[in-house]
Write a protein that binds this ligand. Structure first.
Ligand SMILES: *Cc1c(COP(=O)(O)O)cnc(C)c1O
Length: 487
């Protein structure tokens, strides 16, 4: 198994080789066992590789270079906003006044941190056009659930127990119907029309006195700005429902449009997308939720407020949906987002959206030469292609994605949204240069040529990666989750 290219650290193991040196034990070993207690002491030593510090260092360094990250290459993964995360954010998050404090510390001793949280709340309130914001939710889906729980508490608080349905467009991110279900609602689908927007006739058909809310992603998952928001808002509000805005795509509209001004009641943001929290490895996120004043009593508690000159947490909130997370949110990610917003400034944030939209449209128009464009109109921050033409030649969208790995790119999102055949969904973000966009488009156009002239080359890709194409079905059905010695 072991080879130079993929060193399995266990195979380098030599008996008694160590990567540490500890002083001699100066108490009897039995006493240590006694202190730990019977149940905590191993009967046999753990089977760990016995290697030197240098070997383990090389092992992990080698593994780290086999990952693709936004710091190593272009990452146009649609719906994910894989933009560059400025390193200044990291410096600020590591200031000891932020990183060495404890959530149980008396609030008088952490006024600086609370001041940052308060300012971030105020800033996000301004950016979204809502009345107030909570920083508690840990990510986008968690924000959705939090917002829906508030909508539920609101309806029940008005004595309306009949509102059991949440309307979700068929183009929505998968987390939307999932959050609605977990929040105890029935998710009802509203169709998109041939232009990729919510079909108003279908919306009128599915709305009724059981509608708790409409969850809308805007710009939607096709990268298109929903044109009929005001009409949708009045349809839903007239039926007594509330409007939920999935703001994970805010990168497209910063400083240009605000959910609050469009009539939305509840909105969540993904700070780890739009506001440069590093993400992609399942790490911590932050999904603040903004609401209008009528939802304020239902916010998760405690809420952070200012009393005279002190920031304090207020716990006496009888209508609150309760805590949604231990302590006060993913503070470190919030520090990064705050740093980003302050370094960009209001004008800078507008530019973010301008360039994000410009980059997406530039790529889309160049790629249109070879790839089917199902919705031929200006897009916002991302766009959808279809690999239909290539499929006729026997090359599937999956093959195209795998071939892109040979060029050193992370592929776009594929087979999503599900309402587009052989979908390819790309989001370049504002932080990429024209040269990078051009090089990526050239690679895509070359792959389209290969699909015609040499389809096998694409079908058998990737050719240059450490691991070739994986058998994903077997990997899912029979996962090998730990090292098994072959002897
Ligand atoms: C990413 C995303 C979500 C989910 O956010 P998580 O932080 O991954 O839970 C929801 N909606 C849209 C449109 C998204 O792009």
């Amino acid at each position: 198994m072991a080879d130079q290219d993929f060193p399995l650290i266990f195979e380098h193991s030599q008996e008694s080789r160590t990567g540490f040196s500890l002083p001699e034990l100066d108490v009897p070993e039995e006493d240590v066992d006694g202190l730990l207690g019977e149940t905590l002491v191993r009967k046999t030593p753990a089977e760990l590789p016995e290697v030197s510090e240098l070997q383990i260092m090389r092992h992990y360094t080698a593994l780290s270079t086999r990952n693709h990250g936004v710091d190593s290459g272009f990452y146009p993964l649609g719906s994910c906003t894989m933009k560059y995360n400025p390193k200044m954010n990291e410096d600020v998050a590591r200031l000891t006044g932020f990183s060495h404090i404890h959530p149980l510390q008396p609030t008088e001793t952490v006024q600086g941190a609370l001041s940052l949280m308060y300012d971030l709340q105020e800033t996000l309130t301004e950016i979204t056009g809502m009345d107030t914001v909570t920083l508690q939710p840990a990510a986008g889906a968690h924000g959705e659930w939090t917002g829906l729980m508030m909508i539920r508490a609101y309806h029940e608080g008005s004595g309306d127990y009949n509102r059991t349905k949440v309307i979700v467009p068929d183009s929505a991110h998968g987390t939307n119907p999932a959050s609605a279900t977990v929040a105890g609602f029935e998710a009802v689908t509203v169709k998109s029309n041939e232009r990729g927007l919510v079909d108003l006739e279908d919306l009128k058909r599915v709305v009724d006195d059981q509608t708790a809310a409409l969850m809308l992603t805007n710009p939607n998952t096709l990268g298109l700005f929903e044109e009929n928001i005001e009409e949708m808002a009045s349809i839903i509000h007239e039926a007594g429902g509330k409007l939920y805005y999935d703001g994970a795509n805010l990168n497209a509209i910063l400083g240009y449009a605000r959910p609050g001004d469009m009539g939305f009641d509840v909105v969540h943001l993904n700070l780890h997308k739009t506001f440069t929290g590093p993400h992609g490895g399942g790490g911590p996120g932050s999904g603040p939720v903004g609401v209008t004043a009528e939802f304020e009593p239902y916010l998760p508690k405690p809420i952070l407020t200012k009393r005279e000159d002190m920031f304090v947490f207020e716990y006496d909130r009888p209508k609150s949906i309760g805590r949604v997370k231990p302590y006060y949110g993913n503070f470190g990610i919030n520090v990064r987002a705050y740093t980003y917003i302050r370094t960009m400034g209001a004008e800078g944030l507008k530019k973010v959206s301008e360039y994000a939209v410009l980059n997406a449209n530039y790529m889309m128009r160049r790629l249109q030469k070879e790839y089917e464009l199902p919705f031929d109109r200006h897009c916002k921050h991302e766009f959808i292609l279809s690999g239909k033409r290539q499929k006729k030649l026997g090359v599937r969208t999956l093959d195209i994605a795998k071939r892109l790995l040979d060029f050193g790119y992370h592929p776009p999102t594929i087979y999503f949204p599900i309402n587009v055949e052989e979908a390819i969904m790309a989001e370049p973000t504002e932080t990429e240069s024209k040269e990078t966009l051009d090089a990526f488009v050239d690679a895509m156009l070359q792959i389209a040529d290969e699909a015609k002239a040499d389809p096998e080359k694409v079908q058998e890709a990737p050719h240059t990666t450490i691991v070739s194409r994986m058998d994903e079905t077997t990997a899912a059905r029979k996962p090998i989750l730990r090292y098994i010695r072959e002897d």
